[in-house]
Design a protein around this ligand. Structure first.
Ligand code: F6P
Length: 538
């Protein structure tokens, strides 16, 4: 089998990297005063300035050639038309169908899936209207005021990120909480000030078997019934399920009339725009949710139809390949300069790393190149007073994605100009740095000068968008989803399975009873010792 490293474009990129790796961004900007304009692109209302990357026109051409040699356009088409590209689970991958219009047609096993997607959306809308209008009442006849989403991974990170991101547009009469960790503290703190009679639990789990979620769901049921002094019949008014598994949902005691379904071809980390988004819809209303879907859709269309060199997700994805495989970068920082996007990096961690954190190719071979970098980040400007030191002067090369907005949703005095000045300043400082001569010219003593030098030549992308709206959030998420797919296609891995989470889950199930009774232990000496010590301390 041909490996990625055998491809012509890969070989050319290897020697091209040798020839440009020592070029400084200062030099590249000085030699072309149109560089900023040359390496910028606007699509779907997102302006991407990628000129502060360690690239030339030749780099871009070679990366695009790599995408073509990796058959990216064909793979995009295969994904969007419902081919079973998730080969290890024999599934189609159709999160893009979730945002397709009602008159679209996408076939899975010969069946058009669009009508059922819209039927679920309509059912979600009707449910949200009944909650917000007060028509839906709890067991004691009171309207719902609190919504608690219980889920983990894709059944939590998307909903909590979207709730925080779109809080400005949210219904402030409802209180939203998110419980994910199996640590009882998460449930206890999320519910300690809530009245059960006004609380709706959304149990979000694709499989409805996930240990953390089912434990929290059982605790929620006990909490509710104890507080209400009610029997099982109260569950119907306070619990709904978001799942693909109707049998498990009814076994838990939730009427399947109160279940909002989705399908095995929606991956957990790609599910925030499916029924898993019920809490988002409750927060921003059905119209806001549909606006968000339209944003996703616009980016899907762009990804599918724009030429590769004018394609935002393609360029972002290829730049990640460039740094990971040619510069040896281990991480990528995502730095949103918007407080509402504070959970966006956490959301992206699952999207990117659960997708492309793989080392076996689609052909079953071990890769001989690096795959997904570690994604991390915090909202600006907080990160500046924490870890940016390392990005500026540390020994690692950390490509950064800055995300900025021209308009604030909370325009207070000159806060927004200061915020935006900071994001532009960071990109400039990282790229241009400060030479020893500049430091000395400022009157810094010779012995201190090395400490004050900024090498620069540290790459970044800047995404500049007019304003954060539901549609923009949809576009941003789809941008990263497709960037991840682009990377996965080049690396020839399956971004849609997650076998790597299984072993820990299986072992944890085995260890639970061992913590509860003094049975014989047959683990390694370290694990045995930890279990024994826990038993004696608990
Ligand atoms: O972490 C593994 C995983 O399977 C994720 O892919 C998924 O988002 C999460 O667990 C939750 O799964 P479920 O929605 O089935 O509870």
């Amino acid at each position: 089998m041909t490996s990625l490293t055998d491809l012509t474009a890969w070989k050319k990129l290897t020697s091209h990297h040798d020839s440009i790796k020592s070029k400084h961004l200062r030099e590249l900007f000085e030699s072309d005063n149109q560089r900023g304009q040359k390496f910028s692109l606007e699509a779907c209302g997102i302006f991407l300035d990628y000129s502060k990357n360690r690239i030339t026109s030749e780099t871009v051409e070679l990366l695009l050639a790599l995408a073509r040699e990796s058959k990216l356009p064909e793979r995009i088409e295969a994904m969007m038309t419902g081919e079973k590209i998730n080969i290890t689970e024999d599934r189609a991958v159709l999160h893009t169908a979730l945002r397709a219009p009602a008159d679209a047609e996408v076939l899975v096993d010969g069946e058009n899936v669009i009508p059922e997607i819209h039927a679920v959306l309509d059912k979600m809308s009707a449910f949200c209207d009944s909650i917000t209008s007060g028509k839906w009442t709890g067991h004691t006849g009171k309207p719902i005021r609190n919504v608690v989403n219980v889920g983990i991974g894709g059944s939590d990170l998307g909903p909590v990120m979207a709730y925080e991101a779109l809080r400005h547009y949210s219904n402030r009469n409802l209180t939203f909480r998110f419980v994910s960790n199996v640590d009882g503290t998460d449930f206890a703190e999320a519910t300690q000030d809530l009245k059960a009679e006004e609380t709706l639990f959304i149990i979000a789990s694709k499989t409805f078997t996930t240990q953390e979620t089912m434990t929290n769901a059982h605790t929620a049921r006990t909490w509710l019934l104890d507080q209400l002094g009610a029997d099982q019949s109260a569950v119907a008014k306070h619990f709904v399920a978001l799942s693909t598994n109707a049998d498990e949902v009814s076994q838990f005691g939730i009427d399947t009339d109160n279940m909002f379904g989705f399908w095995d071809w929606v991956g957990g980390r790609y599910s925030m725009d499916s029924a898993i988004g019920l809490s988002t819809m409750l927060a921003i209303g059905p119209d806001g949710f549909r606006e968000m879907l339209a944003g996703f859709r616009e980016m899907d269309e762009h990804y599918r139809t724009a030429p590769l060199d004018k394609n935002l997700p393609v360029l972002l994805g290829l730049l990640t390949v460039w740094y990971t495989d040619f510069f040896g970068s281990q991480t990528t920082a995502v730095l949103p300069y918007d407080q509402y996007l504070k959970r966006f990096p956490a959301y992206l961690q699952q999207l990117t790393m659960e997708s492309n954190g793989k080392s076996i190719t689609l052909n079953g071979d071990h890769v001989d190149y690096d795959t997904s970098p570690i994604y991390w980040g915090e909202p600006g400007t907080n990160g500046q007073h924490s870890f940016y030191q390392l990005i500026h002067q540390g020994t690692h090369l950390i490509p950064c994605d800055f995300i900025a907005f021209a308009k604030s949703l909370n325009p207070l005095g000159d806060h927004h100009d200061k915020l935006t000045a900071n994001v532009f300043a960071q990109g400039e400082a990282l790229a241009m740095g400060k030479t020893k001569q500049q430091v000395l010219d400022e009157g810094t003593p010779e012995e201190l000068a090395p400490h004050r030098v900024f090498e620069g030549n540290r790459p970044s992308n800047t995404l500049l968008i007019e304003k954060l709206t539901p549609a923009v959030l949809g576009k941003l998420v789809a941008l990263y989803e497709h960037s991840v797919f682009t990377q996965g296609v080049v690396w020839n891995v399956n971004p849609f399975d997650q076998w790597g989470v299984e072993l820990g889950k299986v072992l944890a199930k085995k260890i639970v009873p061992e913590l509860q009774a003094s049975t014989d232990l047959a683990h390694d000496s370290s694990t045995n010792q930890l279990i024994e010590r826990y038993r004696s301390l608990k």
